[in-house]
Design a protein around this ligand. Structure first.
Ligand code: S3P
Length: 436
């Protein structure tokens, strides 16, 4: 098991760099590319474990993909209904997105397929996708009450439904919309709050009829999807670690170029600005239906804030790194309405609190959030990632702020979303090493 070692307190982080492609957009690009007619050329694909599992699962179902493992990929689409029975269980590794989105796709195939994953994914609830698919007339079987993996989707002819999702979840919404591709008529998803909208944007770009009216999204099937060129912007959820590092380490200035700035994803930047962060955005522009820009941060004195409601889904994966920033902000930061974090790669409310406490932070867990006091002096620590990439990277950034050498054990999970994380920190001037 590899460990990441970080020496703090780091002095001055400086530099301009890019981060790997957005994970959510990469998953959708390879999936829609597979279901389209013709070629889909993807640049900036996140060649990290999560998205590679999705690409390999599609390859196992007969989709030819050139350049798997590279940022430049060509997907030779087979059309909506021409996926092949994989003849073996599909392994989605650590990826909840890969599994849930593929469940939607499998609903419309003429075979049954079983999906599984690693220890963490096998604990995560799939009933949130199984329930709407069953309402569409598709049989889904999984393990126990939460319909945890392995799950089997018995493909068929999904019927259009109108479905009110119990939680704002882009994975659930996307699974229903993907199943809706195969339903004759209009499938409607109504969410209790806004979740990321990449599926809607990309389905439209591929030629599907998708309508959005506030929290109501509909798709009319079956469409003809046509192969596209997709340029994936940098993942804001990865950039977040480098940006918070730049804010917390004295005298720093860090620029991350070509970062996804879709408003359903970028709330962390608004929240940090509210806390007093010096953040400049240059070259803001739209490429292929998604906004991107170059984000520069300078070391800033932060003050506490309150975060909750509709802001949470727009920075869901950034809560752990925001919690670290809050340990250095003056006052009490309260994060609420974030109970969904309990069913991520780890129980992220518990693992964030436990991790930051190991560094000396004052942090309390609420059933749906965190209360963090600041500013608090952090000490270096020897910690374990709990197999969760975002917890591991948050701990590494905490190690830059803390005095002494921090060791993050089981750090290989970082490769699920941000290969090259340690090198990027090194490029900015941090002292980081990896050992086996
Ligand atoms: C994702 C949606 C989010 C997020 C996950 C990626 C997606 O989960 O946490 O990392 O690509 O659709 P929700 O389904 O809770 O929105």
């Amino acid at each position: 098991m590899s460990a990441l070692r970080v020496r703090g307190p780091a002095a001055i982080l400086r530099g301009e760099l890019t981060v790997p492609g957005d994970k959510s957009i990469s998953h959708r690009a390879v999936i829609l590319g597979a279901l389209a007619e013709g070629e889909t050329r993807i640049s900036g694909f996140l060649a990290a474990e999560d998205c590679l599992h999705t690409a390999r699962a599609l390859a196992a179902m007969g989709v030819e993909i050139d350049g798997v493992g590279e940022p430049e990929m060509v997907v030779h689409g087979v059309g909506l209904r021409e996926l092949r029975d994989p003849g073996a269980v599909l392994d989605l590794g650590n990826s909840g997105t890969g599994m849930r989105l593929l469940m939607g796709v499998l609903a419309g195939q003429d075979f049954a397929a079983t999906l599984t994953g690693d220890e963490s994914l096998r604990r995560r609830p799939m009933d949130r996708v199984a329930a709407p698919l069953e309402e569409m007339g598709i049989q889904v079987t999984g393990q126990g009450k939460g319909c945890t993996p392995p799950v089997t989707v018995h493909g068929g002819k999904p019927q259009p439904i109108t479905y009110h999702t119990p939680m704002a979840s882009a994975q659930v919404k996307s699974a229903i919309l993907l199943a809706g591709l195969y339903a004759q008529g209009t499938t409607v998803v109504i969410e209790p709050g806004p979740s990321r909208d990449h599926t809607e944007r990309m389905l439209r770009a591929f030629g599907a009829e998708v309508n959005v009216d506030g929290l109501r999204v509909s798709i009319t099937g079956p469409p003809r999807l046509r192969g596209q060129e997709i340029a994936v912007p940098g993942d804001i959820s990865s950039a977040a670690f480098l940006l918070v590092a730049g804010l917390l380490v004295p005298e720093s200035r860090v620029t991350v170029r070509e970062v996804l700035l879709n408003p359903t994803r970028a709330a962390l930047l608004d929240i940090l600005e509210r806390m007093g962060a010096d953040i400049q955005i240059a070259n803001r522009r739209e490429v292929g239906g998604e906004e991107r820009g170059d984000v520069t941060v300078r070391t800033s004195e932060l003050t506490a804030t309150e975060v909750g409601g509709d802001e949470i889904p727009k920075m869901l994966d950034e809560v752990p790194i925001l919690a670290l920033a809050a340990t250095q902000a003056k006052g009490q930061t309260v994060i609420r309405d974030a109970a969904e974090l309990r069913v991520k790669e780890s129980d992220r409310l518990a693992t964030t609190a436990e991790m930051l406490r190991a560094f000396g932070a004052q942090i309390e867990e609420l059933p749906d959030g965190l209360v963090i006091e600041g500013p608090v002096h952090l000490n270096s620590a020897k910690v374990n990632s709990h197999g969760d990439h975002r917890i591991a990277m948050m701990a590494a950034i905490a190690g830059l702020v803390a005095a002494g050498e921090t060791a993050v054990q089981d750090a290989e999970c970082i490769a699920t979303s941000f290969p090259g994380f340690a090198d990027s920190l090194g490029e900015l001037g941090a002292e980081v090493t990896t050992d086996e």
